[in-house]
Write a protein that binds this ligand. Structure first.
Ligand SMILES: NC(=O)c1ccc[n+]([C@@H]2O[C@H](COP(=O)([O-])OP(=O)(O)OC[C@H]3O[C@@H](n4cnc5c(N)ncnc54)[C@H](OP(=O)(O)O)[C@@H]3O)[C@@H](O)[C@H]2O)c1
Length: 344
């Protein structure tokens, strides 16, 4: 901790899409630039608040100064940092998928399973997939009210979920006049004016890596290893803001009104009961905002204990950067609680 009472915070991948949002949230919290260290693949500068920060290479000397390190890097780089320069950092929150399913590494969304941090003595915590984060914030209050027997999800995932490469491909395709896929696109088809029902590689059984991740992460975070779950993950031509259609079956019968009340009271949720001209949750409503928006709640006709709902959330905030900072705050409120700015 510095004399000012602020921790010394590191962000690896500070020039990336998630890294940029981490910096903007830390600036909103008032973290002085002198308490922040930004790391990338080569030296340079990156904007912070009204000024700039020097971007450095993360090495052991730089890591020794840190109280907490946020990794906004891909899985291979995260593994190298955790085993290398980061190994003595007191707390690392990793945004990649590298450690999420390791049994001894907590995978945390504070609203759903923050209490796992109370009995954790380790230094590495994993942050979930952006779609998982949105879904569990909406599912946790239903789990607590009536239990969850099954969850079927279809996701509508924005291009910024694929980082700088995804945004570049989207911009290039939108600006062009052809129907071609951009060179270097991370998507499995042209994304502009299109919808691509494959995210990540597909396995021999026809499931994609993204779908497998979301299914396993839902079970782990909800603490329901036997949960009957299926996911179809789809990329849509939206800059930022993931949405998910959730069809669930509860374990116990429950009144729709009670579910509505539980969602209205749930931490991290903004429940929208759209009537007349009021709006359903949509990606444009969540960009730059913290809560997960939930709406379209209805009972599924003819299906016992069946509920359908719709969720939209900023994939870069609750789906990544904000959740990572909330995890740090939840794991040590005295040291890191100040890093969470007032809700947007
Ligand atoms: N985008 C989302 O919505 C989202 C949501 C949840 C989780 N995630 C995960 O978060 C991570 C970052 O995603 P992103 O979308 O921000 O990707 P991105 O825009 O491609 O950024 C990745 C960054 O990693 C940096 N990097 C690579 N090697 C590095 C190293 N050795 N040291 C420091 N920085 C290094 C790059 O730095 P330079 O620019 O300096 O080369 C780049 O800026 C990924 O694991 C992703 O799966 C993303």
């Amino acid at each position: 901790m510095t004399d000012s009472g602020w921790p010394t915070v590191g962000v690896a991948g500070a020039r990336g899409v998630v890294g940029g949002v981490l910096l903007s949230i830390l600036a909103d919290a008032g973290l002085p630039a002198g308490c922040l260290r930004a790391f990338g693949t080569e030296p340079g500068e990156v904007g912070y608040g009204d000024g700039t920060l020097t971007l450095a290479i993360l090495d052991e000397a730089a890591a020794a100064e840190l109280d907490v390190l946020f990794l906004a890097t891909d899985g291979a780089v995260s593994r190298e940092i955790v085993a290398g320069p980061g190994r003595n950092v007191p707390l690392i929150i990793d945004n990649s998928s590298a450690f999420r399913l390791e049994p001894d590494v907590p995978l945390v969304v504070p609203e759903a399973n923050g209490s796992v941090l109370d009995r954790y003595g380790g230094t590495l915590v994993a942050n979930p997939n952006c779609t998982t984060a949105a879904a569990v914030v909406a599912l946790a209050p239903i789990r607590d009210l009536a239990g969850l027997e099954s969850v079927d999800a279809a996701s509508y995932q924005a291009v910024s979920g694929a980082g700088r490469a995804g945004l570049n491909a989207f911009e290039v395709e939108r600006a062009g006049d052809g129907a071609e896929r951009a060179n270097g696109s991370p998507f499995h088809g042209r994304i502009a004016d299109n919808v691509v029902p494959q995210i990540d590689a597909m396995d021999d059984e026809g499931w994609t890596g993204e779908e497998r991740k979301i299914m396993a992460e839902l079970r782990k975070i909800l603490g329901l290893p036997e949960l009957d779950v299926s996911v179809t993950a789809v990329r849509v031509p939206v800059h930022t803001g993931h949405s998910v259609a959730l069809h669930v079956r509860t374990q116990r019968p429950v009144e729709l009104g009670a579910v509505m009340d539980a969602l209205r009271d749930a931490p991290g949720v903004e429940y929208r009961h759209a009537t007349g001209s009021s709006r359903h949750p949509m990606p444009l409503d969540v960009v730059g905002r913290d809560p997960v928006l939930v709406g379209r709640l209805r009972a599924i006709p003819g299906r016992e204990r069946g509920l359908a709902l719709w969720v939209s959330s900023d994939n870069l905030r609750k789906g990544a950067a904000l959740n990572a900072i909330q995890v740090a705050a939840r794991s040590d409120p005295g040291r890191f609680g100040r890093l969470v700015p007032p809700e947007r």
